[in-house]
Design a binder for this molecule. Structure first.
Ligand code: FAD
Ligand code: SF4
Length: 342
């Protein structure tokens, strides 16, 4: 079955989260944030047409809200550009700010939102071509697996081989972020659930890119307080420097003793472009403990990077991503060790 292009029907504009959740209850409608990906998906039939709930007029969903303990809740409708431009956010979470500044174009970053970025559809050219059918459009096969999958996964988690597209998800995973979701049933304003960001994605499900249903409203992401003496770096390997999704992307975050000058006591390393979900690399993280800022990665770290080959299960055309992953993570680690502490 091939989906046909059809015009979208109604658009409603709620002014509160409770109203938005009520509009979404029942499952007939879906949220629209900046609309940068949704419009493209509707155009090619990658998303079925139907009523839209436009979130632009819901002030509760916007902006960072800081708690006294230094943690922050960022509304789902906060523009991607704000993550890089807000001095307090960029100072506390430099890896997130760098990922936000590097993605897409200034125009897209000004319109696109945090929630929409986390929930955008993947970039597979078969998904975005109405002439093809696949698991993600109600079909029962993956034409990319046997066809063109040059930009596909190198960690094969399940039947779909399109890497997760969200750069912010990679950075937020490195920062141990959680997400708040309201569901259209339950109380008047919807049942609320907080979960780890990683639980938004299921790499084994080939039918969708995230686990939320159209009835679910992503309200906010929360980040724990930043740690004094932390160092971070973000790096992307892409076919061109602007307006392109990365082939591989890495965010490295290092907590160092003695206010930032001492050895690494905790590391977080997250990568994107390699699997159906953003991934943490626990082996590389463990190997980094004890590393000294200002020095290159030691033998233990290089051995852990070498060991990434065991994590990889390349498709016929994605073997090039194994050394690219190793080199991107190594470069990001070197930059984080050399970066100024905060
Ligand atoms: C040239 C180009 C280069 C790009 N490069 C990158 C890149 O390198 N990295 C990257 O990450 N992205 C990249 N993008 C994608 C861009 O970042 C996304 O299009 C954008 O982030 C989507 O956000 P939006 O607010 O417009 O979402 P929308 O298009 O409005 O929505 C996307 C999806 O999320 C759902 N949704 C939105 N908000 C909510 C919510 N609060 N609750 C529940 N569901 C919701 C919508 O229903 C829809 O299904 C690029 C785009 C372009 C055009
Ligand atoms: S199942 Fe995934 S990889 Fe395969 S064609 Fe569809 S979107 Fe592309």
């Amino acid at each position: 079955m091939t989906m046909e292009r059809q015009p979208t029907s109604t658009v409603t504009r709620p002014t509160s989260t409770a109203e938005a959740v009520r509009e979404l209850a029942g499952g007939g409608a879906r949220p629209r944030a900046g609309g940068t990906d949704l419009a493209a998906c509707l155009e090619v039939g990658a998303v079925a047409p139907g009523p839209l709930v436009d979130l632009l007029d819901v002030p509760e969903l916007r902006g960072p809200h800081w708690a006294e303990d230094g943690s922050v809740r960022i509304g789902a409708m906060t523009a991607v550009a704000e993550l890089g431009a807000d001095p307090r956010l960029a100072g506390a979470y430099p890896g997130l700010a760098a990922a936000a500044r590097a993605l897409a174009t200034p125009q897209i970053r000004g319109t696109a939102t945090v929630g929409g970025n986390l929930l955008q559809r993947n970039r597979c050219s078969y998904l975005r071509n109405p002439a093809f059918d696949c698991f993600q459009t109600g079909g029962d096969s993956c034409p990319a697996r046997s066809g063109d999958h040059l930009r596909g996964v190198v960690v094969d988690q399940g039947p779909c081989v399109a890497p997760h597209p969200s750069s912010l998800a990679v950075a937020l995973l490195a920062y141990d972020a959680t997400v708040r979701v309201r569901h259209g049933s339950g109380t008047d304003s919807g049942a609320v659930a907080d979960r780890d960001l990683s639980e938004l994605y299921d790499g084994t499900d080939p039918t969708r890119d995230h686990v939320l249903s159209p009835e679910d409203l992503l309200v906010a992401v929360s980040l724990p307080a930043s740690v004094p003496g932390e160092r971070a770096a973000h790096l992307r390997a892409a076919g061109r420097s602007r307006a392109e999704w990365p082939l591989v992307e890495a965010v490295v975050r290092l907590e160092c003793a003695e206010g930032g000058t001492g050895p690494v006591v905790r590391a977080a390393v997250a990568v994107g472009g390699v699997a159906r979900t953003p991934l943490r690399l626990p082996g590389v993280e463990r190997s980094l403990v004890g590393s000294l800022p200002g020095r290159g990665p030691g033998a233990v770290v290089l051995e852990a990077l070498e060991g990434l080959t065991e994590l990889c299960s390349p498709l016929p055309a994605t073997g090039y991503k194994v050394p690219l992953l190793q080199a991107t993570v190594q470069d990001a680690v070197e930059r984080a060790l050399d970066s100024p502490d905060r």
